[in-house]
Ligand binder design. Structure first.
Ligand SMILES: C[S@@+](CC[C@H](N)C(=O)[O-])C[C@H]1O[C@@H](n2cnc3c(N)ncnc32)[C@H](O)[C@@H]1O
Length: 220
């Protein structure tokens, strides 16, 4: 219990007052809309702004960015997460839809990015044993288990020893996933089993940050 002269409640009141300065927030949002580059995908939440996504960004993405490392993102969409991966030496972005890769190129056509169209679970053109970090958000949540298993099998030979692989997947133990028909049938227990059966070692799991999905980090 804080003592009587704690500033805790005044601090909370001040934070609340700041938050309710609506006109200012409104103007700021309009300015953001006018001056920011449109990124397809921000409608699902901006990791710079939405606290759980910010947590994912700060815990599972940013600490791994390294200019001497190679990274791979599966299902980048419009680049909502790609923008945090630009500091890798080489970044492979792989997507099943060429239209999405074209959309991504509009905002992120950088020299260190290789854009790859795949056939759903393969990695054309990526050298074996070359990947230090692999990230996927918003893609595996829609993939059925046989596709996840195929991906897990195919990505094994790409990863360097000790690589970090971070995947967000559908978690049907959560009500928000149950309500989302687009989310595939998956749970932490099943994801864990698939990852272990494919021969990986699980490093970390996050079952609480997101309302409709969970995160698993593993290595070869
Ligand atoms: C919902 S969007 C998420 C995009 C982005 N990662 C984000 O979080 O904003 C799903 C992306 O995964 C891609 N995708 C769907 N199935 C895929 C597959 N089997 N392999 C690779 N990409 C896939 C889609 O084309 C799309 O770019």
């Amino acid at each position: 219990m804080p003592d009587l002269n704690t500033s805790l409640h005044l601090d909370m009141l001040n934070r609340f007052k700041k938050r309710i300065r609506l006109p200012l927030r409104f103007l700021k949002a309009i300015k953001g809309e006018i001056f920011s580059k449109e990124i397809y995908g921000l409608q699902w939440g901006d990791p710079d702004v939405v606290p759980p996504l910010r947590f994912i960004r700060d815990r599972y993405v940013i600490p791994y960015v390294n200019a001497k490392h190679n990274a791979l993102e599966i299902g980048p969409g419009g680049g909502r997460w790609t923008r945090y991966l630009l500091g890798f030496g080489r970044l492979y972005v792989i997507d099943y839809q060429s239209e999405l890769l074209e959309e991504l190129k509009k905002n992120f056509n950088k020299k260190n990015i290789t854009f790859i169209k795949n056939n759903g679970t393969d990695f054309p053109g990526i050298e074996e044993g070359s990947i230090d970090y692999l990230f996927s958000f918003g893609a595996f949540v829609h993939l059925d288990k046989h596709l996840i298993e195929a991906y897990l099998e195919n990505m094994k030979s790409l990863a360097k020893a000790g690589a970090n692989i971070v995947i967000q997947y559908s978690d049907k133990t959560k009500i928000m996933a149950q309500l989302n028909e687009g989310f595939s049938d998956n749970t932490p227990a099943e994801m864990r089993k698939m990852v272990l059966n494919a021969g990986y070692q699980i490093l970390e799991e996050d079952l609480t940050t997101l309302w409709h999905s969970s995160i698993i980090r593993f290595t070869v």
